[in-house]
Design a binder for this molecule. Structure first.
Ligand SMILES: [Zn+2]
Length: 206
């Protein structure tokens, strides 16, 4: 169901996942509800599960196929749901990751569970990385700078002049963001130069 990122660990974003906050928003956590969730990848269906809610847990039913295996298996997984109080009142739900990982029961609270194997489990049990963690330091600097430029109303292009201060933003905030973007661009440029120099040296030696 999941694919490893280029040259690295499998990422959260490449896995099928369920988010308890979303189910809560959609009013799906009351007992005795039935619903299904489905996913697509590149326009093709890539997964589907049926969910039944009971008192304090969600029961997931689906069919899974292990890597390399040709047969499909029917799976029913019970996922406990816990509630904690919020600072500003109200309460929020969590999935409890109820799987055994390396022989130990996990039991962690998680907002999102991923299916990177047969069962739904937390990010740590599957050792998943976020896509941003997979970026090279060079690329990370560029995307940090791009995010700041876009937050200030600019485009993603680093070749355009740096965006002006938005009217409602404090100068202090603007200058802090600008300094952070410039530092990120500078680091990224410096790493790119190092990389180019290394390539050149390698060519000269060849
Ligand atoms: Zn876990």
């Amino acid at each position: 169901m999941a694919r490893p990122a280029r040259g690295g660990r499998t990422t959260c974003e490449s896995c099928i996942s369920i988010d308890v906050r979303r189910w809560h928003r959609e009013g799906r956590l009351h007992a005795d509800q039935y619903f299904s969730c489905s996913w697509t990848r590149g326009g093709e269906p890539s997964g589907r599960i049926n969910v039944r809610t009971e008192c304090g847990e969600a029961v997931l039913s689906y069919r899974a196929q292990n890597w390399g295996a040709s047969e499909w298996k029917s799976i029913e997984q019970r996922v406990p749901i816990a509630w904690t109080a919020c600072h500003l009142g109200g309460r929020r739900p969590w999935f409890i990751c109820a799987v055994y990982c390396n022989g130990r029961y996990c039991g962690r609270r998680a907002a999102v569970l991923y299916c990177a194997g047969e069962l739904f489990a937390c990010r740590r049990c599957y050792g998943l990385a976020y896509e941003s963690q997979q970026e090279t330091p060079m690329r990370r600097g560029v995307s940090q700078a791009q995010k700041i430029r876009m937050r200030l109303g600019g485009s993603v292009s680093l070749f355009e002049p740096f965006p002006e201060k938005p009217i409602r933003m404090h100068w202090r905030t603007y200058l802090r963001l600008r300094a952070r973007a410039e530092a990120a661009e500078h680091t990224s440029n410096w790493l790119t130069m190092q990389w180019v120099n290394r390539l050149k040296r390698r060519r000269e030696l060849a």
